[in-house]
Write a new protein. Structure first.
Length: 256
């Protein structure tokens, strides 16, 4: 059965083909900021706070958001990284959002996109990204290894995202040091924090930093995921819809 991810990746292939045809090159000598080091040093659960205008599961979430204003509130209230969704067709984000946030915020930035080719990694780094995302469900082993190596050679952190045991085994075989467990089912779009609990109980917490992703709403959720062994949380919709964004960020930063 075709998932939304298959549709997104089909569109991404067109985007990558156009990028490769263009005369643009993505060279930069900047040194990315380490998210991994920040998490290891942190005494609280780390928070990756996301700028997310829209999504396939929810449609429009917050189209009027100013990414710089939102990211500044995140950073000023204790977020450890900002995730900027740069996919346009499905999430209504842009690479310009990432560049603008980079100019104004000093914590690490995750270029949240659907990476299938090295050129997107080079573009991410040149546009201010410090972390890139590799989604196990979208890549075969050869692609994951090649793209992981390319990112590491360029000094970037890599968040390797998994949904189930089989993908977790592949991420661990890669020796990924940051693994995201996505609580969102790609078929039904339903989120279930028990996915993190199930995978964390099966795989040793020592092998990587585990980030619980999607469907996180409250401080109680953060405590539950910390108790399951997660060292970091990735939160989008809850923060994009919060009346008090600063308070929402602070409430998720639970002590380890
Ligand atoms: O959010 C979606 O609808 C979605 C659908 C298909 C693939 C990816 C999707 N989201 C990307 C993400 O990983 C989330 O934006 C991120 O984990 C934050 O989730 P949330 O806090 O539930 O907004």
């Amino acid at each position: 059965m075709t998932t939304i991810l298959d549709k997104i990746i089909d569109k991404k292939r067109e985007e990558v083909a156009l990028l490769k045809q263009s005369a643009l090159t993505y060279k930069t000598d900047r040194t990315p900021i380490s998210f991994y080091d920040r998490v290891v040093a942190s005494k609280t659960i780390a928070l990756i706070a996301e700028v997310k205008r829209a999504s396939p599961s929810k449609g429009d979430i917050n189209l009027g958001v100013d990414p710089v204003e939102q990211a500044t509130i995140y950073a000023d209230n204790g977020a450890d990284a900002v995730s900027v969704l740069t996919d346009t067709p499905f999430f209504k984000g842009t690479m310009d959002d990432l560049k603008a946030v980079k100019e104004n915020v000093e914590i690490p930035l995750l270029n949240k996109d659907f990476i299938i080719d090295e050129i997107q990694i080079d573009r991410a780094k040149a546009s201010g990204g410090d972390i890139i995302l590799l989604i196990a469900a979208a890549l075969n082993d050869e692609e994951m290894h090649r793209l992981y190596r390319h990112s590491k050679e360029h000094g970037l952190d890599v968040l390797v995202e998994v949904h189930d045991e089989a993908e977790m085994e592949r991420a661990l075989a890669l020796e990924a040091n940051i693994i995201g467990i996505n609580n969102r089912d790609l078929h039904s779009f339903k989120t279930n924090l028990a996915v993190t609990e199930r995978l964390m109980s099966r795989y040793g917490k020592e092998k990587a930093i585990f980030v619980s992703e999607s469907g996180i709403k409250t401080r109680e959720d953060a405590i539950r995921l910390k108790e399951a062994g997660a060292r970091a949380l990735l939160v989008g919709e809850t923060l994009m819809l919060a009346g008090d964004v600063a308070g929402a960020v602070r409430s998720l930063k639970v002590e380890l």
